[in-house]
Design a protein around this ligand. Structure first.
Ligand code: FAD
Length: 292
């Protein structure tokens, strides 16, 4: 099917993009990699009057360390993140996630900002950002604001971003010593969205006690979700079997999977616990090896 008619803008600055987006409000849709938007347009599931193509705006594609934080530009494609030495060295959960998004074509075109703004509840970026405590920088006519990841995802394909705002950057605090993470996902076939995805970040002290934990899950509810109860149980624990078992059980309270074409809700519930245990163990091993 062909998309409905729309006007097409290709601004060359962020200010211009914001001005156009603000002028048309909900009738305008930013276009990044087009991996989600183009199919939606062709199926006429979304019918914007205006497309604002962000790809001619310079300076929105990067992954760099700035003082005590990692910043990733919204237009950075998944494969550039995957190939980043910085990410590989210090942000393992992100590296795990981007390496398994779709296929090479999707990773070459799909962007970090596009994935987060699209807010598919089975997407990988959302789970990871919830686990590592990231925030999103959004720029609109009123200036910029930072939205913590737990406040960003509000419902299925819905976010706290206003229609006249553009996501420009993702920010993540640099990990402290003995802090690392992992993301594991169960997919029916290679390249599929997550049936269940679990991201875990743990910070250990010199006695191997978990001083901080972040858990994000995809595929188990209307949004990517935080495993708040499990985080609470792991903090202050030695990550021994009783603590891990209690944390895995507590996921039941935090997730709300539904039955769909991928799997029954009960299967997703069970797999969330299995993948949580595996991701936690991998994160713990990595954090133990991490001395920087
Ligand atoms: P677009 O399609 O251009 O835009 C998506 C939405 O976000 C639109 O509503 C658009 O208006 C809005 N938007 C885009 N950029 C911005 C911005 N900077 N500010 C505000 N709004 C913006 N994802 C996974 O996580 N895991 C997978 O395994 C996976 N597999 C896939 C397999 C296939 C075959 C395909 C086609 C996609 C898959 N994806 C997967 C989705 C992929 O990650 C896309 O990159 C992502 O969903 C959308 O990113 P995009 O840059 O293409 O955004």
């Amino acid at each position: 099917m062909y998309p409905n008619k729309f006007d097409y803008y290709r601004p060359t600055s962020l200010a211009e993009a914001v001005e156009i987006t603000a002028r048309y409000g909900p009738d305008a849709r930013p276009l990044a990699g087009g991996q989600s938007l183009i199919p939606l347009l062709k199926l006429r599931l979304v019918n914007p009057a205006v497309i604002v193509d962000l790809n001619a705006i310079p300076g929105l594609s990067y992954a760099r360390q700035e003082n005590d934080r990692l910043t990733i530009g919204a237009l950075t494609c998944h494969s550039d993140v995957d190939e980043s030495d910085l990410i590989r060295a210090r942000y393992a959960a992100i590296g795990d996630a981007v390496a398994h998004i779709g296929d090479a074509q999707v990773r070459n075109l799909g962007t970090v900002g596009g994935s987060l703004a699209h807010a598919d509840p089975s997407a990988d970026w959302g789970a990871v950002l919830l686990a590592v405590g990231g925030e999103l920088r959004c720029v609109g006519p009123g200036g910029e604001r930072l939205i913590p990841a737990p406040e960003f995802f509000t419902d299925i394909y819905e976010t706290a971003r206003q229609p006249d705002e553009i996501v420009t950057e993702v920010r993540i605090c640099a990990p402290k010593p003995r802090t690392d993470g992992a993301y594991l996902k169960l997919e029916r076939r290679v390249g599929d969205f997550a049936l269940v995805g679990v991201a875990v970040s743990v910070a250990l002290d010199e006695n191997a006690i978990c001083v901080d934990a972040g858990i994000g899950l995809s595929g188990v509810g209307a949004t990517c979700m935080k495993g708040i109860s499990a985080e609470r149980i792991l903090r202050g624990s030695l990550l021994n079997e009783p603590a891990i078992a209690a944390a895995a059980d507590s996921l039941d309270a935090d997730i709300d999977p539904y039955t769909d074409a991928r799997a029954p809700a009960e299967y997703k519930r069970a797999m969330a616990k299995v993948f949580f245990r595996r991701a936690l163990e991998l994160a713990r091993q990595r954090a133990t090896a991490q001395r920087l």
